[in-house]
Ligand binder design. Structure first.
Ligand code: 8YV
Length: 313
């Protein structure tokens, strides 16, 4: 029997490529000299896409694949995939939730702690031999402060648990109140920003949340407040964030994600009150392995006639 044909949009981890090559005939779009020519040649036979949240899958790409049945996304975020279009075409979309929740929440927590206790600066202090001349200046403590979480989903809740353990109060803003949660709900994001010390962005990216954390929200967070973002750069009005940080109108920022990755506004490099990470929320070996396995398992399940494991609903 002929192997089912897949389109891989961007390179994936070796174990994912090997597993997919075993079960499917995989066309590698990023290797094609002429993408249009590859799509014209194999598009009619391709039944599945393997992609990630950044490379995504546009409506245009889907139109070139008339027999497409399923899109398997490496990542919990699927903002690069035109899910609405997929739905109209009856194409199933899957992502990789749950397996990365704890790692991403760890990074949010580390960013709060890193900015507050000045961990990168302390490390430099030791390396530069400055400790020999005296102790490092005192910092603020994290406990006793308030974290306002934007998006109390799986990752948001895992961040809330970490914040509670270290003695922080927790508030949240989202589309609706979750009455089973013990945290303070704010129906208005700017109001929450005004009330908290750390505004932690943990909501999905995409059109619905584009620039949700705009200048008004950042100004409400103000000089007492620190912005933490482990979600998507698109959720924050980055130019306003940089401007307010440069003007000393925000206390600090801990950022794992940016609007135009891997480009980071260079103005941030000179600031001592920001911690910058290269989008490593889910980047532990164990978690990335589990995410890769889920990409494969979703495709295998679908083409074995079974329900996919983690559909985007
Ligand atoms: C990955 C992520 O960096 O899951 C997500 O949405 O942003 C991260 O886990 C990304 O998906 C890798 O492509």
């Amino acid at each position: 029997m002929m192997a089912t044909e897949l389109l891989m949009v961007a390179p994936m981890m070796p174990h994912v490529m090997e597993a997919l090559d075993r079960d499917f005939q995989v066309h590698r779009l990023w290797e094609a000299e002429d993408c249009q020519a590859l799509l014209s040649e194999v598009g009619g036979r391709v039944k599945g896409i393997a992609t990630n949240g950044h490379a995504g899958a546009s409506a245009e790409l889907m139109s070139a694949l008339p027999n497409l049945e399923v899109i398997s996304c490496f990542g919990v975020g699927y903002d690069g995939i035109d899910v609405e279009h997929a739905k109209t075409q009856g194409v199933i979309v899957t992502n990789t939730p749950d397996v990365l929740t704890e790692d991403v929440a760890d990074i949010a927590f580390v960013l709060m702690l890193g900015v507050c206790r000045r961990i990168p600066q302390c490390d430099r202090y030791v390396r530069e031999g400055k400790w020999l001349n005296g102790p490092y200046p005192l910092t603020d403590r994290l406990g006793g402060h308030t974290a306002g979480i934007l998006g109390l989903g799986r990752i948001g809740k895992a961040i809330a648990r970490r914040a509670e353990v270290c003695g922080m109060s927790v508030a949240y803003h989202g589309r609706r109140e979750q009455t089973d949660q013990p945290y303070t709900f704010y129906a208005d994001l700017a109001e929450m920003a005004a009330a908290v010390d750390y505004l932690v962005v943990a909501c999905p990216g995409g059109a619905e949340t584009d620039n949700l954390v705009n200048r008004r929200v950042l100004e409400a967070l103000g000089e007492k407040g620190t912005l933490i973002n482990i979600a998507r750069g698109s959720v924050v009005e980055e130019s306003a964030l940089v401007e307010l940080l440069l003007d000393g109108k925000l206390r600090g920022a801990g950022l794992d994600v940016f609007a135009d990755e891997p480009k980071v506004p260079e103005a941030l490099f000179a600031l001592d009150n920001v911690v910058l990470l290269p989008h490593v929320g889910s980047a532990s070996k164990e978690t990335r392995k589990a995410m890769g396995d889920l990409v494969v398992d979703n495709l295998v399940a679908h083409f074995a006639g079974k329900p996919v494991l983690t559909p985007v609903t």
